[in-house]
Design a protein around this ligand. Sequence first.
Ligand SMILES: O=c1ccn([C@@H]2O[C@H](COP(=O)(O)OP(=O)(O)O[C@H]3O[C@H](CO)[C@@H](O)[C@H](O)[C@H]3O)[C@@H](O)[C@H]2O)c(=O)[nH]1
Ligand SMILES: [Mn+2]
Length: 724
Amino acid sequence: MGNPTADQPLYEEIPLKRVTLRRVLDIIVVFLQLSLLVYRFFNLNSHGFTWLLAFLCELWFTLDWILTLCIIWTPIDYKTHPDHLIKQVAELPAVDIFVTTADPVIEPPIITVNTVLSLLAVDYPTDKLACYVSDDGCSPVTFYSLVEASKFAQIWVPFCKKYNVQLRAPFRYFSVKSISSTYESLEFQQEWRKMKDEYEKLCQKVEEAHKLVPSNLSADYAAFKDIECKNHPSIIKVIWENKKAFPDGIPHLIYISREKRPNTSHHYKAGAMNVLTRVSGLMTNAPYMLNVDCDMYANNPKIVLHAMCLMLGLKQNESNCAFVQFPQMFYDELKDDPFGNKMVLTYEIIGRGMGGIQGPVYAGTGCLHNRQVIYGLSPCNRDIKEKLRNEVLEQQFGYSEEFIKSVTETLCGLENTTISQDSVWGSTKAAYKVSSSCYDHNTGWGNQVGWIYGSATEDVVTGMRIHAKGWISALCVPDPPAFMGCSASGGPEFMIQRKRQSSAYTWNLIWALRCIPALCYAVLPAYCLITNTSFLPKVNEAAAMVPIVLFLIQYIGTLVSYLRVGLSVRAWWNNTRMSKINAASSQLFAVLSVILKLLGLSETVFEVTQKGQFTSNDEGNSTEADAGVITFNDSPIFVSPTTLLLLQLTALVLAFLGLQPPAHGSHGAGLLEIMCSMWVVLCFWPFLKGLFGKGKQGIPFLTVCKAAGLSLIFLHLSKRASMV
Ligand SMILES: O=c1ccn([C@@H]2O[C@H](COP(=O)(O)OP(=O)(O)O[C@H]3O[C@H](CO)[C@@H](O)[C@H](O)[C@H]3O)[C@@H](O)[C@H]2O)c(=O)[nH]1
Ligand SMILES: [Mn+2]
């Protein structure tokens, strides 16, 4: 037998060639865009303001496209080999698993329970795992549900391992898997029935807990008595301890609700992650940390092994890998992604493309981190003597002797040597200290160490800080997919989520800023029709071919990419449409809110996304009628798209009725302006339907009035502008 490391690599790097035709088209697009710019530039004088605005927007689009091409030009993919890992590495490193939940109503405890159960059951030596749940809702119901879940885990985990069950989140397993007596052994059938029975009992207990727990506070729940969820001391409970450190027992399960006080800011999810980091540092101090949102159950039992293949493999090859990110995927997807928020193609193209440069961005969930990196280590900073002076450590990590000790061990690369495996309880006193609400004041937490504060999308900022230090990251796409979560279900939810995501990108990059040229470009056809001017060449000019061909390549190009990864035409159209709607609503508001924040007029807030209430068996979905249809409320976020739509409609009516002012020379509005305007109407079709819809599916009357008012103002101003 040869050298096992050489024969059996932990992972393989597979460069993915972007199809040559696609590359040729990419270059043609750049060429066309540049020629359009040149053409416009030399004709600026003979055209008015519209031409200049179009020129500026197109300049932006061109630069943006070149930047995107740089990212997607050299995509790579990794193939991981967990079986080689098990054979080669005698002792796998420990992993602390973090699950965050924030609200027992928006995030029903049964969802968290399923996520936790799926994680407790992953294929990894259980004495190397500990699962920490952070509950920002400080809910006795969540706590109670986890206690009950840990009891169920005692039979569920062995069952999954014995029969090598693939789907280890019981609600999914039982909704997908039924037994057929012809193929299954009698023993399996019996155990399966028992499991299903026990799971149903668990569901029922969790369901009833909302009524029961408060009236029935036994000693275990005393800590929750008379508690206000925004004003309470820390509650830390070791729900289950893998006392004998059995390699095939059940991993530790620890509940944490960090201290909250009305006058101290608690930094939302980033704050929760930092408390989890510190408490776990005291209790188990694993060198790696896997973090997931409460709704992201493990869909592939080998995820930790897959992630380790990359972590350890890249380390062997002397790459400095800070984190391994799994793509976010969603279950029970609405057909054809009506809200365009699954981002399949984003992962497929941008994610893999970034893989070829420095690795994917950190997505906040489904990610395995190296603890040293979270503690602020740089890849070249291997000589850390200076960092390890006690004053420096205290200033960075806060005043806790025990915690400083564990930090020192982590930074020195000792893998949990002094943490006594026999008792996680031993460290609870210190754990209370590091989870207090003022522990990280005037320390490096949220800035140099841990998850970064001040942005509602801590993940983007945290990931960027790590990349800025020179670390790389790796995207891991195992089959079956690693994690599955609920996607924002519809209505205002997904827009709120987008607004939150957009504001962070604006902060760092230019993501949301794109909405400004995009919006200007969408308003241009309406303005031109109203004032009888043009922003595009006439159809009979040769130059008109350039924007037409660009339009076709862009949309047909993305359509082909969609079809190639197995998505439908409908999904393509939904995403195309939603990207315009988002630009006009959530991204615009994100830019505005960042401006307000820069001016010091507002604070960052994190609005938690509603997690779907699922049913364990096939009871019908009551909101079927709403599924996939945008629902509206009186949020101002809907005013801007409605205005844009009303403007186009007005402009089209004016054009068709010939009510425009006379054109200056030959520069009046032409066919292309009309077509552009109609294209915008098509993209905003859900809003057109919303104008006539009833109930939640209709745009509220007040919103329509506001939009109509704004349109009238615009109409008035553009008439005036065209007179001068
Ligand atoms: O004060 C808070 C607010 C949120 N959360 C948790 O944060 C997670 C994400 O919140 P969610 O409302 O589901 O936001 P999403 O937009 O779905 O989350 C995406 O975007 C977030 C911000 O970019 C990332 O943190 C997430 O990992 C990523 O899945 C959930 O587990 C919440 O319980 C807390 O623990 N404390
Ligand atoms: Mn979520």
